[in-house]
Ligand binder design. Structure first.
Ligand code: SAM
Length: 313
């Protein structure tokens, strides 16, 4: 498959006029961690999580938590070496690399953030799938202007929740699905409804994590309920929803429960600067996280939804 390697519009080349399109791009840059380059007044709320090497341990762990369920889904699709797959907001491209390895098919991963693409490329070489994978920097709102080919599978995970206009990006993703091909979206659901978050026995560290995650969601305008809307969004655009399935990972091993602590460590200064917590409370929380990690606790990770929708042939 030939995949055009074009250079997209960057913040430097984008118009400085505050048009709707420029503002949308600036918002995207913000969510993609490129806030310093963003042109919008909204750039004062940059993407908080670390990208590239600084965030790689947390991202790898999150993939270890989520990949088994995503993989279950991908395995039902009948992929082959002929399949063509597009992963939007690919991050370290954990799933895309596994698809390339298992099926020997071509996978294109797009991400706005060069540091994430570096992670993906390095990992693809280590996985021996360099020849099957292509990674390109692309803001999701520019998919329409940059790509014309269609794919058997267009997928994204934990991506649409970050966007100010997910429906517009979803429309562009759907355009890139071949007739008869599928769209796969996996994302957050249920917001912070406490009945969806259980830790047994109860843990102060877990409660603190929940409060902070909710705070993060509000400041970043991350849509922790987007999962509930995905199926309708796909149907509105003429796709037939074939899976709309919630799942939630229960974390028991110290290794996986480290995700709570790693996320908090990345965001420590930002939470303190925002006035949500203090340095002393954060220090105490780190001890609580250690206890949560090493003790006999079972803790729910974020509730997720998997949506698979097929485009008519
Ligand atoms: C939470 S990570 C998820 C990565 C991967 N899909 C996974 O499940 O492990 C979200 C990714 O979306 C990328 N991203 C955010 N906004 C974007 C945009 N507007 N266009 C392209 N990529 C974007 C970020 O750089 C980041 O790598």
């Amino acid at each position: 498959m030939s995949i055009p390697g074009t250079t997209g519009l960057t913040a430097e080349t984008a118009s400085a006029k505050p048009t709707e399109a420029a503002t949308e791009k600036a918002d995207e840059l913000k969510t993609a961690g490129l806030a310093s380059k963003a042109l919008s007044a909204k750039a004062d709320t940059p993407y908080w999580m670390e990208v590239g090497k600084k965030g790689v341990n947390r991202l790898n762990l999150q993939c270890e938590i989520l990949d088994p369920k995503t993989w279950e889904l991908l395995e039902t699709l009948g992929l082959s070496s002929e399949s063509q797959v597009l992963d939007v907001g690919c991050g370290n491209a954990s799933m895309a690399r596994q698809v390339a390895k298992r099926y020997g098919c071509q996978v294109l991963g797009l991400d706005a953030e060069p540091k994430q693409l570096e992670l993906a490329k390095t990992a693809a070489i280590a996985d021996g799938v360099n020849g099957f994978t292509t990674f390109e920097q692309c803001l999701a709102s520019e998919i329409r202007e940059r790509y014309t080919e269609q794919f058997d599978v267009v997928m994204c995970r934990l991506f649409l929740c970050h966007l100010d206009h997910p429906e517009r990006v979803l429309a562009q993703m759907i355009e890139r699905v071949k007739p008869g091909g599928v769209l796969i979206c996996e994302d957050l659901t249920h917001g912070f409804e406490r009945e969806h978050y259980t830790c047994t026995p109860s843990s102060e560290g877990y409660e603190f994590w929940l409060d902070m995650a909710e705070h993060y969601g509000k400041i970043q305008a991350t849509d922790f309920q987007i999962g509930q809307k995905l199926a309708a969004m796909a149907e509105e655009r003429g796709l037939k929803v074939i899976t709309n399935k919630p799942y939630q990972s229960q974390l028991t091993s110290p290794r996986l429960k480290a995700i709570f602590r790693l996320g908090m460590l990345e965001l420590r200064e930002k939470f303190i600067d925002s006035g949500k917590t203090t340095s002393d409370r954060m220090d105490r929380a780190l001890e609580e996280f250690r206890e949560l990690e090493e003790g006999d606790f079972t803790a729910d990770y974020f509730p997720m939804i998997q949506v698979v929708a097929r485009k008519p042939s």
